[in-house]
Ligand binder design. Structure first.
Ligand code: 13P
Length: 248
């Protein structure tokens, strides 16, 4: 059984006041609940860890550099993220790929840096709208997965998030057939590369997941949870998504 995971990506949103939302979530977690990871901006990692200390909610970073230290103004290393008390880190988000020209090779190195710091990387992949319309959608996603995922990955040490770029922040969601086909393809690729271990990786769906569509998305057998942007900023929106995951 793969443990279900609801991850929230606050992106460049949030403030000390928003940390109260974490406390609201924290009171509603129990041992059987899905794993919940919230990823606030770097300056909020330490207070977020403090705010969730007595709850099952875990905290993650949104990115890390592949190097341990050095002249990389504005960046943070995986160990620095770990030292805040965080336990996970998002790598390869499409906004990082676009805004910071991150390549698959960069992202592979970040996954390895996350492992070295004992963080759980949540590796994002996903196609653009033009790639979705074009004829090679699945092959493009498979190639991105293959190139950004290092050898040696296991279901315990890496989570994959499939996030179609055109569905992020747009309110547009792929059809269920598209979600099922893509997640099944990712599972098949993982099994091809990692054998029986391929069945153990968790594959999250991300892109306009909301309280009103989460339950349907979670019916897909290879959707093991969600990476949620906008709806993770309010406990009143994120909690029903967690509840839908638990019920799935
Ligand atoms: P939205 O849920 O706001 O579409 O964002 C998805 C996302 O990019 C999470 O990483």
């Amino acid at each position: 059984m793969r443990k279900k995971l609801a991850a929230g990506n606050w992106k460049m949103n949030g403030s000390a006041a928003l940390l109260d939302e974490l406390a609201n979530l924290a009171t509603q977690q129990d041992a059987d609940a899905p794993q919940v990871i919230i990823c606030p901006p770097s300056p909020l990692l330490i207070p977020a860890v403090a705010a969730t200390q007595t709850s099952a909610v875990q905290i993650g970073g949104q990115d890390c550099h592949s190097a341990q230290t050095g002249a990389h103004t504005g960046d943070v290393s995986a160990q620095m993220v770990k030292d805040t008390g965080a336990s996970a880190v998002i790598v390869g988000h499409s906004e990082r790929r676009a805004d910071h020209a991150e390549t698959n090779a960069d992202i592979r190195a970040k996954v390895q840096a996350a492992w070295a710091a004992n963080l759980l990387p949540i590796l994002c992949i996903g196609e653009s709208e033009a790639e979705r319309i074009g004829p090679n959608t699945l092959a493009i996603i498979a190639a991105q997965l293959d190139a950004s995922m290092p050898d040696g990955a296991t279901g315990d040490t890496l989570v994959i998030a499939y996030e179609p770029i055109w569905a992020i922040g747009t309110g547009r969601v792929p059809t269920m057939d598209q979600i099922i086909e893509t997640h099944d393809m990712i599972r098949a690729e993982l099994t091809k590369r990692f054998g029986a271990e391929g069945d153990k990786f968790r594959i999250l769906y991300g892109g306009s997941v909301k309280p009103n569509n989460a339950a349907e998305i979670f019916t897909a057998k290879n959707v093991d949870g969600a990476l949620v942007g906008g709806a993770s900023l309010k406990a009143a929106d994120f909690q029903p998504i967690i509840d839908a995951l638990q019920a799935s």
